[in-house]
Design a protein around this ligand. Structure first.
Ligand code: ZN
Length: 343
């Protein structure tokens, strides 16, 4: 498996977020990428440095005003007296408010969906680096159809066209899918196996018929992102029928997960994509610090093998998955399983 990576992500090193009312350590740390890198190197996969792709592939997905906020928000924040070391929103537009704010505190509430996407001085650089990884890997798949793994960090699937959320700023999987479309793929599927609903990805493509979005995740009645991820969200307008949500009950293990994956892949088969983008969260793990499902390392191998067996030109994009003693093993299992399935 070709692996694309860069160390430039480390400019983004968030310290905190708020969970159950407590300010706690942010689990989306640069160390995650180091663990992934050690795992792929130990697995004998070739690691290729990401190129720089400029803003165009990012701007093909994200709104210009949102990108300006990500790029310049920190400089505004720094001017505030007694500012914290990261931009964290403390007020959000409620359902009866619609004014587009101009003050940095208002902008934070407008552009940051929750407290899990703090912005520090290096966030823009780190998020851009992560998007570059996705674009470089997408270009490889577009060029020859052989699979590639994009070692992205920070993750992307909770980022909407104009909003950060859930450790995500730029939607790497969406940026890659759009890049693949522009490289000639007529239909692209994004299959999201992160334990959290891929709400940003769903939002970006909700009205489009050319990019199918399928997400298997913990039931949002009781889990982040709470407000989306339900089975009755099927797409709208031209995109009606091209969005599939498969929420799973807490504690679902390998057998239940693999059953659901069969259903997801049947929908993918019906869509007949030219390219498959796998939004690979490793947080369905039984040992993930944010655990909701209970997939084992063996289960991750079988998930990878089943996806590999589909035979589509495939780009695997790293999404979530947080530090436990088996995080690297789970990535190694998915990639090895995928290669077994492809043979
Ligand atoms: Zn996740």
């Amino acid at each position: 498996m070709r692996v694309v990576a860069t160390d430039r992500h480390a400019a983004h090193a968030p310290s905190g977020f708020i969970a159950r009312g407590n300010r706690v350590a942010n689990p989306e740390t640069p160390e995650r990428a180091a663990i992934f890198r050690r795992a792929v190197e130990a697995g004998g996969h070739a690691v290729i440095e990401a190129g720089g792709h400029g803003l165009a592939p990012v701007a093909a997905i994200h709104a210009a005003d949102y990108l300006e906020f990500l790029e310049t928000g920190w400089a505004e924040w720094e001017q505030l007296p007694d500012h914290a070391p990261e931009i964290l929103p403390n007020v959000h537009p409620g359902r009866n408010m619609s004014i587009h704010p101009t003050h940095i505190v208002g902008k934070a509430g407008h552009y940051q969906a929750d407290t899990a996407c703090p912005i520090g001085p290096g966030t823009w650089e780190g998020a851009r680096a992560s998007a570059d990884v996705a674009v470089s890997a997408a270009d490889m798949v577009a060029a020859d159809g052989a699979p590639a793994y994009a070692l992205c960090r920070p993750p992307g699937h909770h980022a909407y066209a104009d909003q950060a959320g859930g450790f995500c700023f730029l939607n790497n999987s969406a940026i890659a899918a759009q890049r693949l479309r522009e490289s000639g793929a007529k239909r692209v599927t994004i299959l999201d196996v992160d334990v959290h609903h891929g709400n940003g990805t769903q939002g970006i493509f909700y009205r489009r018929a050319d990019v199918q979005t399928v997400s298997i995740h913990g039931d949002p009645h009781a889990y982040y992102p709470f407000f989306t991820g339900y089975a009755d969200e099927i797409g709208a307008g031209p995109g009606r029928g091209a969005n599939l949500n498969l929420p799973l009950p807490r504690g679902t293990g390998d057998a239940g997960y693999l059953d659901t994956l069969e259903g997801a892949l049947a929908a993918v088969e019906a869509f007949r994509p030219d390219v498959l983008v796998v939004a690979l969260g490793l947080d369905p793990s039984e040992k993930d610090p944010l655990a909701f499902l209970a997939v084992t390392t063996d289960g991750f191998g079988r998930i990878g093998e089943r996806i590999g067996r589909t035979g589509y030109p495939t780009l695997i994009v790293q999404e979530g998955g947080y530090i436990s003693d088996i995080l690297g093993d789970n990535l190694a299992a998915v990639l090895a399983g995928f290669e077994t399935g492809r043979r």
